[in-house]
Design a protein around this ligand. Sequence first.
Ligand SMILES: Cc1cc2nc3c(=O)[nH]c(=O)nc-3n(C[C@H](O)[C@H](O)[C@H](O)COP(=O)(O)O)c2cc1C
Length: 407
Amino acid sequence: MLKAVKIKNGVYWVGAIDWNIRDYHGYTLPGTTYNAYLVIGDKVALIDGTYPGHEWQLIERIESVLPLEKIDYIVANHIEIDHSGSLPLLSKKLPNVPIYMTEIAKKGFARHYDTSAWNIHTIKNLENLPLGGGKTLTFLEAPFLHWPDSMFTYLGEDKILFPNDAFGQHVASSERFDDELGIDVAMEHAAKFVANLIVPLSPKVLKKLGEVTELGVPIEMIAPSHGIIWRSHAADIINAYVNWANGVSKNKITIVYDTMHYSTGIAAQYIAEGAISEGVEVKVDLLKDGRYEGVHRSDVVRDILDSKAVIVGSPTLEDYPLPTVAGFLYYLMGIRPGKQTQKKIGFAFGSNGGKGGAPKVITELLEKAGIQICHDPIEFTYRPDQADKEKFFALGQEIAKEIKKMP
Ligand SMILES: Cc1cc2nc3c(=O)[nH]c(=O)nc-3n(C[C@H](O)[C@H](O)[C@H](O)COP(=O)(O)O)c2cc1C
């Protein structure tokens, strides 16, 4: 039988490890976990659940602590199926057990499952659920963190926040805690998660963290619904969230491009060399799914998370950017990294066969992603010549100097 992991007295991790998942809604990941938690007072509550197909891990881990029938309450912090996929089975096995959720979740669940037989309890913001035995759950509505239905659950006596997807990371590992996995590795997985899922919600993150601070609820441990539990570095991940939400960046430039015959790649290299000569960090990402093996867009946005500048290149193909670049820009428009408190600058470039047009289209899409355009689109025909190379090197130097002046 799989075992639960004790995270505090009377609190257990009873989730599932999914070692195999490599793509989740277009985000590449090295596996993940679906975290669920058992809180045992006089009464017993189960917080969150698993993706469909992983219910067996959840049930075995619960039963390593107590019989499933001992569960008195189920808390559903979020409707998305990677957390709620076990509810259809649990609601059958535990037919009378109340399931706590927000009013919006109730409607959302009805669009996912047949909830007619569920014993649903809709929570009010800051409602308490005393379990007895020194365990009280408090529910905090957290709309749009990250879906309209989302809520956080707080276990006051143990100072544990169960914020569902917030503070999560997609990583499958034998370690359950930040200090076991290593803080740098944990932070890197958290950064990718934030770059892809949380950046568009930045104002809401800041507002919610402000509300939690005002409530004066001490948080010693953060137990998210994916990845490791923050037990030694809860304050560090909260601080990192504040910085990411504000768009705090390094003197770093991300250059992202695709190419058919590599002319645009030569230009990218010259921009990079110019910037490097000014002492700034540069990441050059050739987009995956293009002609060459490259970097997946979900990793490119991770690079952009702490970059002050984003430079995007594409040759012109039938008057437009390559589909990889266009697709990437649509992804970026949804994430809107340039719309955080601290701005990002950028421009577009690319090779053409005489007519061109791609960099102009890229510029428009970069603007929609909130990137402040600091240079007109730059085009050249076929291979860059010596003058082009020098121009691109100088541009790299120019933008590096510019970002060094930015906060
Ligand atoms: C199928 C195809 C369509 C193209 N369409 C255009 C176009 O609409 N306008 C243009 O100026 N060049 C066009 N070109 C030329 C490329 O933009 C040119 O070869 C460029 O140098 C390629 O840059 P790269 O080496 O970075 O791939 C096209 C090339 C191909 C193969």
